[in-house]
Design a protein around this ligand. Structure first.
Ligand code: NIG
Ligand code: FE
Length: 380
């Protein structure tokens, strides 16, 4: 499966059977029917298994310390999620040495790779003061170029909202921007911890003014202003999109902003799932991501997310796999990942099954893993 519609069966997935792929210096140099493949210096066979682009996980919170399994346990017996537990992770993260945070981060990235993910975005947001937010991003940069400044995750306990917004858009942004590609905000007006539409606009426009790309946590708990704000500001992606009005869907459909669904959150908070089928019918570009974080979704498996999206949000196996690869790449405005056409990074994931459909058909079975070919020139 190449995600190059010019190849193979002509579908969006660009499915080829009995295919070969030539890699040069970490990049795809040729792909097509095996009997037409040019001679290569060395070759390896995946022996009848499916080869897919590595998953592009465009939303994760991986720089943290501490454990919130008790919060999960309480949620399963009826305590609702409202973001209040973030303060627990902030305290543990601030207290942890750099080496501990980096070791945890590397372990999570390795766990993701072992399940087929080859590109991951990593957010700050558990530091919530200038030094700790900048430190989180410096650490994140050790593993990915896709780093996101999320100082506006929540207002820290005991800090005045207005003062905190001034800090996030002033000194903290100045310290963090050199280590970040993106700015993000937790836009959820009903939550006592998160930010309303005007506050979110302030954070995002300040980030954009210093050259950061815009992404938004929006419409997770209610049909709030997140989606409309993301579209208005030309955000690359608005993430969660669980509660949408018809106007939200129309706004997304007429825009380049990707709707990134995070069904692992609904699974781990026992909440109603987003309606991917309605978004796809309207022509919205949909991505799937893990939202791996210690609070409301401590899952790192993109195959599990694909299985959930198929079972619970109305996506077909093909749509879900596209959303977890090419969709994630669009959400990060990347053209070098998420497909296996000529010129893509050779980020190859092998599925230990005869077809890509098995990812959704066999939930929880560890079928996918990223292949190690050595990294592409210029890759992180
Ligand atoms: O993407 N919505 C806010 N932030 C995360 C959860 C963070 C946490 O609970 O630690 C999210 O859902
Ligand atoms: Fe998130």
């Amino acid at each position: 499966m190449t995600n190059d519609p010019r190849l193979g069966d002509g579908s969006a997935l660009g499915l080829l059977t009995d295919a070969a792929l030539v890699v040069e210096g970490g990049w795809v140099a040729w792909v097509g029917p095996r009997h037409q493949a040019p001679a290569a210096d060395a070759s390896a066979s995946v022996g009848g298994r499916a080869l897919v682009p590595g998953f592009v996980d465009s939303h994760a919170h991986l720089v943290f310390a501490g454990d919130r399994s008790r919060e999960f346990e309480a949620r399963m017996t009826g305590t609702p999620y409202d973001g209040g537990g973030i303060a627990t992770t902030v305290a543990a993260t601030r207290a942890a040495p750099d080496e501990v945070l980096l070791a945890r981060l590397r372990a999570l990235v390795a766990e993701m790779r072992a399940q087929g993910t080859t590109t991951v975005e990593v957010k700050s947001g558990y530091g919530l003061d200038t030094a700790h937010e900048a430190r989180s991003l410096r650490i994140a940069r050790e593993v990915t170029d896709e780093t996101t400044f999320l100082g506006a995750h929540v207002v820290p306990a005991g800090v005045d909202r207005r003062d905190y917004l001034d800090l996030v858009t002033g000194e903290m942004l100045a310290a963090c921007a050199p280590h970040a590609r993106w700015v993000d905000v937790f836009c959820e007006p009903g939550s006592p911890h998160a930010f309303d539409g005007d506050e979110s606009r302030e954070v995002l426009t300040a980030g954009a003014a210093v050259g950061l790309g815009v992404r938004v946590h929006g419409n997770q708990a209610t049909a709030g202003p997140g989606v409309r704000l993301a579209v208005e500001l030309g955000a690359a992606s608005v993430d969660h999109c669980t509660h949408l009005t018809a106007a939200d869907v129309d706004a997304l459909a007429g825009s380049p902003t990707v709707a990134t669904l995070l069904p692992g959150v609904e699974f781990s908070t026992r909440s109603p799932y987003p309606d991917a089928a309605a978004l796809l019918r309207a022509g919205v570009t949909v991505a799937l991501a893990s939202d791996c974080n210690p609070g409301n979704c401590f899952g790192s498996s993109m195959p599990f997310v694909i299985a959930l999206a198929v079972r619970e949000t109305g996506m077909s196996p093909a749509e879900a796999l596209w959303a977890a690869t090419a969709g994630g790449a669009r959400a990060l405005r990347r053209t070098d990942v998420g497909h296996l056409g000529v010129g893509a990074r050779a980020d190859l994931t092998v599925v230990d099954a005869p077809t890509h459909r098995h990812l959704a058909y066999r939930p929880g079975v560890p079928l996918a893993r990223a292949l190690d070919l050595g990294s592409a020139e210029g890759s992180p």
